[in-house]
Design a protein around this ligand. Structure first.
Ligand SMILES: Nc1ncnc2c1ncn2[C@@H]1O[C@H](COP(=O)(O)OP(=O)(O)O)[C@@H](O)[C@H]1O
Ligand SMILES: [Mg+2]
Length: 204
């Protein structure tokens, strides 16, 4: 995410505009607005969707395409270039397959409680970083889909009353918790999701 995100009026760089379906968009604030509208429409689609199995590459890509496909031409397509977060782009399909196999195993063997399963799934998705953008938002929705459709549990209160996309204390602690999870320590991320209305007592 650009450090200018908070500014909103920041002009987009030419390389940030690749695949943008709205040629009149010039600022980050306009882009945020369009993405948010697309995501709202996709969430309505998702709420009505009947689907047996969400743990497939096909659904994961379809969800991303629905979330951002009105704004970005590359929505739903795996990332082709290196980023400072994420695996080598050539590794994305195989890393996703391994992750989906792991999650299926965790579910079948009750390896973790539903919330920990969702948190680990979320972190591994953002760690792979499947797409050029929108990974955080997509992977938070995927974790919630796992909770609701596989475990019949309520979704995570990610934002906890704040706007998680905007910079703020809650986003900072979310990102710090992900960095700890990168090093194998999931406790901060578990504390983060447990804080409000997520069914577990917070361990501060
Ligand atoms: N160190 C990290 N390890 C794993 N995931 C991270 C790390 N830092 C950031 N992320 C994830 O990447 C997301 C940002 O990627 P991006 O594709 O821009 O998603 P979005 O556009 O939805 O914010 C963050 O929301 C977070 O979920
Ligand atoms: Mg982003």
């Amino acid at each position: 995410m650009s450090p200018d995100r908070v500014g909103g009026a920041t002009e987009l760089d030419p390389d940030e505009r690749v695949g943008l379906r709205f040629k009149h968009v010039t600022t980050r604030a306009q882009l945020d607005h369009l993405e948010q509208a697309n995501i709202q429409a996709a969430l309505q689609w998702l709420a009505r969707l009947k689907i047996d199995d969400i743990l497939t590459e096909q659904f994961i890509r379809e969800l991303h395409r629905k979330l951002l496909g009105q704004v970005w031409g590359w929505a739903g397509a795996f990332r082709q270039s290196e980023k400072n977060i994420g695996v080598d782009p050539l590794q994305i399909p195989v890393q996703l397959r391994l992750l989906l196999d792991d999650v299926r195993y965790w579910v079948d063997h009750a390896t973790y409680c539903p919330l920990e399963c969702a948190v680990r799934f979320h972190h591994r998705l953002v760690f792979i970083h499947l797409f050029a953008n929108g990974n955080g938002r997509h992977a938070r929705i995927m974790a919630d889909q796992l909770l609701s459709r596989v475990f019949a549990e309520p979704p995570i209160d990610w934002a906890g009353g704040a706007d998680l996309q905007a910079m703020g204390a809650r986003r900072s602690s979310y990102l710090e918790a992900l960095r700890r999870a990168d090093r194998g320590d999931y406790q901060p991320l578990l504390n983060f999701v447990a804080r409000r209305g997520n069914g577990l007592p917070a361990r501060e």
